[in-house]
Design a protein around this ligand. Structure first.
Ligand code: UDP
Length: 341
């Protein structure tokens, strides 16, 4: 029985963790990636963890012919697609909006066209809680209104959801869009995690780099938000839990009837402040994090965390890993990377 899953962007942070879980659960992932923000060495790392080297093809999804070639050579074997491939830096998207719109929209449209041509029906899409903006009610449910995007990157997520919804009306596809909250941490083996070039873009790598001495302190963006301790609140989720959610989502999609479109929040349901994160990191590792409260960061949302009712009841998804495990795994990964270099 065919059990091949096409994973676009499968060498990236969430993609690589999902490939590991797919292999562990008996699926046969086929990774395509343009290597713009990843490296083929991830394949060896996945092989070390799972004992199996996943199939890989370097593909530029903006070029439809390259993508068609993948579908052609795997005709009747692909049971579903998990679509991670995207450019994803909020700040960069403000500077290069056309690159962001062109890349993220074209690759999604080409993928949907190939799925139509080759009769592949299920797709799981990487969306983001950024579509909720500053939500009016917390926890935020999938029913909450979509807010105008704060960045071109966020807007590509909203527009891709619109494209997928419209495509699901006209074509016999089954779409599941996963709105991630804040994925952090790394695989328990410390063999895969988030590789980054240059300064980090998110809170937890700043915390681990401060712990390692690469930075002398953590800057906390704003201490005067309307929250219990004055710092912003987010819903952090272990990347391996996010990976598990994709398997649940793909199996859910395959059970739906054609012309279906479903969205799910993928978070833990817990809101933690920046100071909670610092304190939990110190508890999990015993390392003190010097910090300073600085100006608010432009575009930051005060508080957002997920209503997980729908993902729990309909998808059967529930996080397994708690905050200290997430932060400890992030620290283990930082140390493993430091040993390698
Ligand atoms: N943050 C911070 N210092 C940093 C990086 C992030 O105080 O060096 C804060 C940021 O203002 C936000 C939270 O940490 O309130 C999570 O930020 P991140 O960029 O990781 O995620 P996002 O804002 O995209 O949810």
């Amino acid at each position: 029985m065919a059990n091949k899953v096409l994973v676009t962007g499968g060498l990236g942070y969430i993609g690589s963790h999902t490939v590991v879980e797919l292999i562990n659960q008996g699926y046969d992932p086929l990774i395509i990636d343009n290597l713009s923000n990843s490296d083929v060495s991830v394949l060896e790392r996945i092989e070390k963890i799972t004992g199996k080297r996943p199939e890989f093809q370097q593909v530029e999804m903006r070029d439809k012919e390259q993508l068609q070639e993948v579908f052609w050579s795997n005709n009747n074997q692909i049971i579903g697609v998990i679509h991670f491939a995207a450019v994803l830096l909020v700040g960069e998207s403000v500077e290069q909006p056309l690159h962001y719109y062109y890349n993220n929209l074209t690759s999604t449209i080409n993928l949907l066209e190939c799925m139509n041509e080759f009769d592949v029906h299920s797709i799981v899409f990487s969306s983001s809680c950024t579509v909720y903006g500053n939500p009016d009610n917390l926890p935020v449910s999938e029913e909450a209104p979509i807010k105008p995007a704060i960045s071109p990157y966020g807007n590509t997520k909203k527009i891709c959801e619109d494209i997928l919804r419209d495509a699901s009306v006209a074509h016999p596809i089954k779409v599941v869009s996963l709105r991630y909250f804040n994925p952090i941490g790394a695989h328990e083996s410390s063999l895969i995690g988030e590789f980054q070039s240059g300064p980090p873009h998110h809170l937890v790598p700043y915390i681990t780099e401060t712990a390692s001495g690469k930075r002398d302190k953590l800057n906390i963006f704003g201490g005067d938000w309307n929250t219990a301790d004055g710092t912003c609140i987010r819903d952090y989720i272990h990347v391996s839990d996010v990976a598990d959610a994709h398997i649940d989502a793909m199996e859910f999609a395959n059970k739906q009837s054609e012309n279906s479109f479903n969205v799910f929040n993928i978070g833990s349901g817990n809101g933690y402040s920046v100071l909670d994160m610092v304190n939990s990191f110190e508890k999990a590792t015993g390392i003190k994090i010097p910090y300073e409260i600085v100006e608010r960061r432009p575009g930051d949302v005060e508080a957002v965390y997920a209503d997980t009712t729908k993902s729990e009841t309909e998808l059967g998804f529930k996080t397994k890993r708690g905050l200290e495990e997430m932060l400890k795994s992030a620290w283990d990964w930082e140390q493993a990377l430091a040993k390698e270099s």
